[in-house]
Design a protein around this ligand. Sequence first.
Ligand SMILES: Cc1cc2nc3c(=O)[nH]c(=O)nc-3n(C[C@H](O)[C@H](O)[C@H](O)COP(=O)(O)OP(=O)(O)OC[C@H]3O[C@@H](n4cnc5c(N)ncnc54)[C@H](O)[C@@H]3O)c2cc1C
Length: 324
Amino acid sequence: MKEILVLAEHRMGELRDVTLEMLSKGRELAQALDAQLVAGLLGRDVAVFSETLKKWAHQVLVVDDSKLENFNADAYQKVLGDIIKKRQPGLTMIGHTSFGVDLAPPLATQLGIPLITDCVDIQLKDGAPLATRQVYGGKLISEVSFVGTPCMVTLRQGAFPVEESDLKGKIAAVDSPLTEEITCRKFLQYVEAVVGDVDITQADIIVSVGRGIREEKNMPIVEGLAEAMGGVLACSRPITDSGWLSSDRQVGQSGRTVKPKVYVAVGISGAFQHITGMSGAETIVAINRDPNAPIFSVAHYGIVGDLFQVVPALTEKIAEAKEN
Ligand SMILES: Cc1cc2nc3c(=O)[nH]c(=O)nc-3n(C[C@H](O)[C@H](O)[C@H](O)COP(=O)(O)OP(=O)(O)OC[C@H]3O[C@@H](n4cnc5c(N)ncnc54)[C@H](O)[C@@H]3O)c2cc1C
C-alpha cells in the first residue's frame, strides 16, 4: 500500500476532533507500511485548516470551491471519488459522523470498493488492514478484514487519541471537478441543538446516572453526589426515555458528547452508544454491581458494589472532606 487518505472534516469554521484522531492513527499505519499519509481537505477558504493538517500528513490535498462551502454528500462524493480514482489510496479513512455515514456508503458503492463502517480500531495483519467493530451493543468485538485493497473505513469519533505530530507535509491544490451546483439536495442551515438549563458539554464534573437507579424516587441519591462534588447531573438514555431527566442531559450517540475532567458513571452498563459520548473524559469513575459491566473497560477507577450503598457513602465522605 503506497498511500492512506484521510478525509478532513470541518464544520462551521472548525476542524472536527475526529480528523486529527484519524490522522494520528493513519500515521501509525503509514509508518508501518512505509506509505504516504494524505489528508483530503474539501471546502471554501480552508487555507487555515491546511496549515494545521500539514503537521499531521505528508501531503494535504486542497479542493477549494464555493460549491463545497457547506457539506453536501453528493458534492463530496464527486470530488473525493475523483481523487480516489486518480490516486488509488490503499485505504481511505472517513469519520463515522453524520457527514461520514451520509458520504461513505454511496462513495464506496460508486467506486466498487469494500467499506467497513463504525470501526473502533484498525490494525495491520500481514500488511493488510484489519478493522475492529463492536456488535450487540458492545458486548462482542468483531474483527473484519477486507477482500483486497483499495478499501475504505468509517471510524468512530473518540476511538483514537490525538498524537502530537511535526510532519512538514506539502500542500497541493487540486482542481474541483464540480462544474455545476448539486441540485438534488441543498444545504440550508445549521440548527444548533437547544441547550437546556445546564450545558453538560461545558461541565468539568459530571455525575451520570443509568438504569441501575431503578426508580425516579431514587434520583435524589445521585443528585446528592453531584451536588457534593460541585458537578452537574447527566444520564444514560433510559433515564431520558423515562422522562426523569430532560434530553439535554443525555450522554452518548444520540445525546451529547462530553469531555469533563471527572465523569462518574453510576449504574450505567457502558453500551457503546453511551461510551461514545464520554470516553474523552479525563478521569472516569464507574460504580456498578456487575464486575463484568463494559463500563469498567473505559473506567480509570472502578467501584464494584451496590450504588444504593456506595453513592451515599461517597457523598458523605466528600461532604466530610469539604468540612475539614
Ligand atoms: C440508535 C441508538 C442510540 C442510542 N443512544 C444512546 C445514547 O445517546 N446514550 C445512551 O446512554 N444510550 C443510548 N442508547 C442505548 C444504549 O444502547 C443502552 O441501551 C443504554 O446506554 C443502557 O443504559 P444503562 O447503562 O443506563 O442501562 P443498562 O444497560 O440496563 O445498565 C444498567 C447497569 O446498572 C447496573 N446496576 C443495576 N443495579 C445496580 C445497583 N443497585 N448498583 C450498581 N449498579 C447497578 C447493572 O449492572 C447494569 O450494568 C442508544 C441505542 C440505540 C439503538
